[in-house]
Design a protein around this ligand. Structure first.
Ligand code: 5RP
Length: 219
């Protein structure tokens, strides 16, 4: 079974957590592509979605799912998204698709965060996947210097502008033993919009697509 099939399995399993008449927070990426497909099969049961990126908004609308503007919401029942890495405390690296800032807002306001992954995303220590950080362009040199100071190898994500008009720096070579303090530290640097560490707000449920079915991990 290839990875896409495992992502698809996890995505369809998330439908069990969707209650009729609700608005669903929807993430971004290849796993979420499958989730949007799955969600479209019950679109008449739900009220609509709040989207974490322009690309997911396009897909949702294409599937006939109404998309509401995130700016009008301070609370949501459920958020379904994937991750680039997730540890046993359900803390994540996200932002491989560059949608980390809106994803963080949705994660914060959602009562339940369901993380759908294939088995390769589960790790012991976060950091093998380069940590994405959205920064404003003016902070470029300063931010790179700060990442080198903490042992990181920062790389500018070429030909990529976020939905918010900013740039992304992917920080390699980090072994993140204390994700909460790293999240706070990077978020506090001037010019940083969002760090792709989802540690203080971790996931609530993980659905892992596996060859023989779904593994569910709850907090
Ligand atoms: C996008 C994300 C995605 O959840 C993450 O990159 C995983 O993507 P995929 O499902 O394509 O593996 O954080 O910003």
């Amino acid at each position: 079974m290839n990875l896409n099939e495992l992502k698809k399995k996890a995505a369809w399993a998330a439908l069990d957590y969707i209650h009729p008449g609700t608005i669903i927070g929807v993430g971004t990426g290849t796993t979420i592509f499958y989730f949007i497909e799955a969600l479209s099969t019950i679109k008449n049961l739900i009220y609509g979605a709040v989207s974490s990126s322009n690309s997911s908004t396009v897909l949702l609308k294409k599937k006939g799912i109404e998309v509401f503007n995130l700016k009008n919401f301070s609370s949501l029942n459920i958020y379904v998204d994937s991750a680039d890495e997730i540890n046993s405390r359900m803390q994540m690296i996200k932002g491989g698709g560059g949608a980390l800032t809106r994803e963080k807002i949705i994660a914060k306001i959602a009562k339940k965060f369901i993380c759908i992954i294939d088995k390769t995303k589960k790790v012991d220590v976060l950091g093998k996947f380069p940590l994405p950080v959205e920064i404003i362009p003016m902070a470029f040199s300063y931010f790179l210097q700060e990442m080198v100071k903490i042992g990181g190898i920062p790389k500018y994500r070429k030909n990529f502008i976020t939905d918010n008009g900013n740039i992304i720096i992917d920080v390699y070579n980090l072994s993140i033993k204390d994700p909460i303090s790293m999240e706070k530290k990077i978020n506090s640097l001037p010019g940083v919009v969002t760090v792709g560490l989802f540690a203080s707000r971790s996931a609530d449920i993980i659905l892992i697509g596996k060859k023989n079915g779904i593994q569910t991990i709850k907090k």
